[in-house]
Write a protein that binds this ligand. Structure first.
Ligand code: ARG
Length: 458
């Protein structure tokens, strides 16, 4: 195919090199952003007198037709084109003739691609935010369905202290609220238009970059033309956000997998989000959660790939940077898919309060509360801690639990123990009395739900 840049070349590009060089398979998805960017550029070229109004109008109409035809499927993107920018410009000239060749005045593909990726990722960030919010709402609602359910809280995966199931799930919501915030921060820095930086040094035409920026919904323009075309920090920031998000989804998945096991059985995944085994008839595997955990590695890989690609690149644009899109698009696609499967998977799972409560009754998870009981009666905490340690040892020896050890035994360990201790160490009391801000107690849970609501309403 004849290249638009063919002028100085005596030979055609080698077909293998041509295929190797082409990025259309990856960047074709930015067609709408590319066209909208070109429309804003053409409007600016008329407003500044660089193009005649009728030329600009013809270009904008032509671009609008291309956009509509791609959207309706009437126009297929040619996979043998070099990239989406060349394809759209070529198609425009095919449609409106020589006037189409004026579009690229005071512009380069270098600032064009930097613009398109920013526009594309801004759109994706908006979609990701909606999906993250959907997931937060699904998790919160599942927690609230089982507001009073008590389960063991763990450290080192050893039963530690009683918590409410809803408190555990709200912890997941908090992680995701931060992911939303990180995404918003990323967009804040991404939201400057590089268009008009041109190849690297700006242009001799008196363009109006602010006009284009405003038209495309940016907060302003990038201030250094070399930075405008060489900066891919916004891709890296997006990839970092997505890596942290995936790390969160992976930690949640791990707990869901664990809780689905016969050893825990705190939850049962709905049949529609689990799979069977080809040999073991009894199996019901949490494949979706495992895949989310697995795909996390892939998103980290995308981040590492782009960091490595950019490392050591001299200013300004280098073709290496064409690789940015493969990484960042893959990460966006992967994260979106994971969010889309995770929300309904959680919404449809069954929570086994009985299993949680049975697990909470074992493992002496109210031992801290017993120590607090003595401490509130004036015993120094460290001393109370030691006494309760001895009490636990005694219970293990007798094959009983703190709740069932007779008061006579307690009295031998410390005469300050009274009958009211049993109420104080009941799991319900342990949870209710965790009154500190952010604790598992009901006031804190209510405050957390309010906070999450305020984030979802933004
Ligand atoms: N397809 C290219 C990319 O994605 C567009 C920019 C090409 N610029 C150039 N000078 N060859 O990076």
């Amino acid at each position: 195919m004849n290249k638009m840049w063919a002028g100085r070349f005596k030979k055609q590009l080698n077909p293998i090199a041509d295929d190797f060089n082409s990025s259309i398979r990856v960047d074709c998805r930015m067609y709408a952003q590319d066209i909208k960017g070109s429309m804003a550029h053409a409007a600016m070229l008329a407003a500044t007198g660089i193009l005649k109004p009728e030329e600009s109008e013809k270009i904008i109409d032509g671009l609008d037709g291309i956009l509509k035809d791609i959207q309706s499927g009437k126009l297929e993107i040619d996979p043998s084109a070099e990239d989406i920018h060349m394809f759209v410009e070529g198609e425009l000239t095919k449609r409106i003739g020589d006037c189409g060749k004026r579009l690229h005045t005071a512009r380069s593909r270098n600032d064009q691609v930097a613009l398109d990726v920013r526009l594309y990722l801004k759109d994706e960030a908006a979609e990701l935010s909606v999906l993250i919010k959907d997931l937060i709402a699904a998790i919160r609602d599942k927690g609230l369905e089982h507001k009073t359910a008590i389960m063991p809280g763990y450290t080192h995966l050893q039963r530690a202290q009683p918590i409410t199931f809803v408190h555990h799930l709200l912890c997941w919501c908090m992680m995701l609220c931060r992911d939303l915030g990180r995404l918003q921060d990323t967009v804040k820095r991404m939201n400057f238009s590089p268009l008009g930086s041109c190849a690297l040094a700006g242009t001799t035409f008196a363009t109006d970059r602010e006009m284009v920026a405003e038209e495309l919904g940016f907060d302003g323009i990038t201030l250094n033309s070399m930075d405008g075309v060489s900066d891919r920090d916004f891709c890296l920031e997006m990839l970092s956000c997505l890596s942290v998000l995936m790390m969160h989804l992976s930690r949640m998945s791990e707990e869901l997998i664990l809780w689905s096991s016969w050893e825990f059985k705190f939850i049962e995944m709905d049949d529609s989000y689990t799979t069977g085994s080809s040999i073991m008839p009894q199996k019901k595997n949490p494949d979706m959660a495992e895949l989310i955990r697995g795909k996390t590695g892939r998103v980290y890989g995308d981040l590492m790939a782009l960091l490595t690609t950019l490392k050591g690149l001299p200013l300004a644009y280098n073709k290496d940077m064409q690789e940015d899109k493969e990484s960042v698009f893959d990460a966006v696609d992967t994260a979106k898919m994971c969010l889309k499967v995770m929300a309904p998977m959680i919404a449809t799972m069954t929570v086994r309060e009985d299993k949680m409560s049975a697990a909470a009754k074992e493992g002496f998870i109210n031992a801290t509360d017993l120590a607090d009981y003595l401490t509130k009666k004036g015993v120094p905490f460290r001393t109370a801690y030691k006494t309760v340690g001895e009490t636990v040892a005694l219970c293990i020896e007798k094959g009983t639990v703190l709740d069932e050890l007779p008061i006579t035994e307690y009295k031998k360990l410390n005469p300050l123990f009274e009958d009211d201790l049993y109420r104080e160490i009941s799991l319900e009391t342990c949870v209710k009395k965790r009154i500190s801000a952010g604790g598992t107690g009901p006031q804190s849970v209510a405050a957390q739900v309010d906070y999450i609501q305020s984030i979802l309403a933004q």
